[in-house]
Design a protein around this ligand. Structure first.
Ligand SMILES: [Zn+2]
Length: 179
């Protein structure tokens, strides 16, 4: 074996050991965080800005606070748009209307997040996210799935839209599995 090949082999061995150690590591036993930090770095903030000084989509969040799940529809071509828009991406008109979406659906696909949460959310694991096929609608929407252990999550389970209030007062939505 050449010196170069030996070095490469040593590196490969080291990497194999590291991977083996990582795959057998026990689950983290760190206590749950008491909540996200006051401010996340902007790129790690998963939730969009909501104030009317920042976005023209404020009606979505205001409706959500009142328990209504809405989006926009193009008045010209009738296209249902998700996420809500201020301009139709098909015909480019700004003539959109707010319409209600179904509040229930079924899990179409899901994934459990066991590690690698964003900064400040390390204590909020494991969590389940998924695509939900909304009842009577062509839309499949992504969101967090609440009320289910990831080991028990199944495709086809019924869910309901649930408005959630973030620690800083903003509103967003998640899907709660209906029992
Ligand atoms: Zn349009």
């Amino acid at each position: 074996m050449t010196a170069m090949a030996e070095v490469t082999e040593r590196k490969a061995q080291k990497n194999r050991k590291r991977r083996a150690a990582a795959s057998t590591a026990p689950p983290s036993t760190s206590p749950p965080a008491t909540g996200p930090p006051e401010r996340l770095p902007y790129l790690l903030d998963l939730y969009p800005v909501e104030s009317s000084t920042q976005t023209r989509l404020t009606p979505f969040f205001e409706a959500l606070q009142r328990g209504r799940f809405t989006t926009t529809r193009c008045r010209k071509d009738g296209k249902l748009l998700w996420p809500p828009r201020v301009v139709c991406p098909i015909c480019h008109t700004a003539e959109l209307e707010w319409v209600d979406l179904p509040s229930t659906g079924r899990i179409y696909a899901f994934s459990a997040i066991l590690a690698g949460a964003p900064v400040g959310q390390e204590g909020d694991l494991p969590r389940v996210v998924g695509l939900v096929e909304m009842d009577g609608s062509p839309l499949r929407l992504f969101g967090r799935l609440l009320g289910i252990d990831w080991r028990e999550c199944r495709i086809g389970l019924p869910v309901r839209v649930e408005p959630i209030t973030l620690p800083d007062g903003r509103t967003f939505y998640a899907f709660r599995v209906i029992r």
